[in-house]
Write a protein that binds this ligand. Structure first.
Ligand code: SAM
Length: 322
């Protein structure tokens, strides 16, 4: 297994010389990641999985389904190595009869979103910022984008995505192991930008919103944004001191009114609410494929409408920004 054929990105979609400097740096960065302690740890199960044949994938089911029929021994080997590539946060997936029951039933969010998607993806160049393992990318591919680039800083999710790509390869999808704030070279490159579950992790929400807008083609383009809000009619924002629902890195939970103001302030003209939903312990829960604790342990045992720290329990909004 050589590095070039594993985590690296196909440059077919990036032939313009303006990307050369970015991808030269990216090659060096990925080579370091591949040879890092975690890189070496994930490579072992990843390389074991490459012996199995690929197949077409099917996204018409709630889980993304791929892989061929295997013998019992092969299934055991596959199962063991997929577990070593965990925790699987976003899914579910079925690979050759093995059901990866991820922590999140991401299909529920996709159901809330997809009925409003219209032609936002069809024949479009799309970016999914904070794409995780790529679950939503596979679901989005069913809407026939021209190309979809997932962006996430996680090396583990990069290995998970490439595992999925090994089994259900789709050349329209690529994973860039990077951060939103490092995508200057991709300015005005996408007709649709999806960004779910990232804004509240940023200390600088206005800069984050500007960076999303900057990825969109000039004068048009759509951003699908999902983030935490406080259910209140006020114009207010919660900056949790310490943890929020046990998460150490949550910095911005506005009310819907405040969020809309911030969105308009950075230059979007329209902001349509697609969905507001309080996250349930049916949607986010511990499984053998994830970690031993999940949302149920992060809420107040006496009052499930509060986090364990006493803040309002997680409520998420999906917005369509133009
Ligand atoms: C809460 S998860 C959301 C995953 C998925 N988008 C969803 O909605 O289910 C946040 C993801 O964003 C990624 N992330 C965190 N900071 C980021 C940044 N600055 N740029 C891009 N992705 C980021 C994390 O690694 C993680 O996979």
């Amino acid at each position: 297994m050589t590095f070039d054929h594993s985590l690296n990105i196909s440059r077919d979609f990036f032939s313009d010389s303006k990307f050369n400097a970015f991808f030269d740096r990216y090659d060096t960065f990925l080579m370091k990641e591949w040879n890092s302690i975690n890189g070496r740890k994930f490579r072992v199960p990843f390389e074991q999985l490459l012996q199995f044949e690929s197949s077409n994938y099917n996204t018409s089911l709630d889980e993304v389904h791929m892989g061929t029929i295997l013998t019992e021994d092969q299934q055991k080997l596959l199962n063991d190595n997929l577990l070593k590539l965990g925790p699987w946060r976003k899914g579910p997936f079925t690979i050759s009869n093995i059901f990866i029951d991820s922590e999140w039933c991401s299909n529920l969010k996709w159901d809330r979103l997809s009925k409003w998607i219209g032609d936002d993806l069809t024949d479009k160049d799309v970016a999914d910022i904070g794409c995780g393992s790529g679950y939503y990318m596979y679901r989005a591919l069913a809407h026939h984008p021209r190309f979809i680039m997932g962006v996430d800083p996680s090396l583990l999710f990069n290995f998970q995505f490439h595992t999925l790509q090994h089994f259900g390869s789709d050349a329209r999808a690529v994973y860039l192991q990077s951060r939103l704030e490092d995508l200057e070279s991709f300015s005005h490159q996408f007709e649709t930008v999806i960004c779910m579950g990232v804004l509240y992790h940023r200390r600088d929400p206005l800069i984050c919103l500007k960076q999303l807008k900057n990825l969109l083609v000039k004068g048009r383009g759509t951003c699908i944004l999902e983030t935490l809000i406080i259910p209140s009619d006020e114009d207010d924002v919660l900056n949790p001191k310490g943890r929020y629902a046990k998460m150490p890195n949550v910095h911005y939970i506005p009310t819907l009114n405040r969020l809309k103001k911030d969105i308009i302030e950075v230059g979007f003209f329209n902001c349509d609410v697609i969905d507001i939903n309080q996250t349930t312990i049916t949607e986010q829960r511990a499984t053998e494929w994830s970690t031993p604790t999940s949302l149920d342990s992060f809420l107040d045992p006496e009052d499930k409408n509060k986090t364990i720290e006493g803040y309002p329990a997680p409520t998420r909004v999906i917005l369509r920004l133009t």
